[in-house]
Design a protein around this ligand. Sequence first.
Ligand code: S3P
Length: 171
Amino acid sequence: MKNIVLIGPSGAGKTSIGKYISNILKIEHIDTDDLVKKQFNMSIEKIFYNYGEDCFRMEEANIVKKIADRDNLVISTGGGVVINKDNIRYLRKNGILFLLTGNIDTLTQNLMSSREQRPLIGCNNIYGNIHDKIKNIFLQRKDLYINSADYFINIDNRTIEEIGEEIIWIY
Ligand code: S3P
């Protein structure tokens, strides 16, 4: 079976939904951010701080290239995976790409309750600041997300289970 690939902005729930689908379908879940963290043995925040974003992107691309050759996986990607056209080309080979997206308020609320720090969004937990940063990043990447996706999945006012089930149903 083809891979289920989850793309979308930070706060869309790619990791939690990926885990849910993997549990239900009993297939392996891979989170590209986790593999990058393992490779450097540090948090993403520290990788950005110590080595810079380009270095993170290079490792992310190496990992994508490696896992994209496999099949029967649920792959949760980082929000910036769409920046690199090769990433999308590789992920498409054996995968169906689901774009998880919702309004900026939903993404902001999800991120406010997340313990994981996002270096591009910053670490101050002020609602307005997070909201504006997410909005700016989303606007910059909007076309990349839309052009990369096979299916669009709305996350507003829905539980992880509801979203996961919709993806499984389409798959
Ligand atoms: C990023 C999103 C993060 C992580 C890194 C860069 C981005 O993943 O890959 O901080 O460029 O949007 P999440 O989408 O899981 O937050």
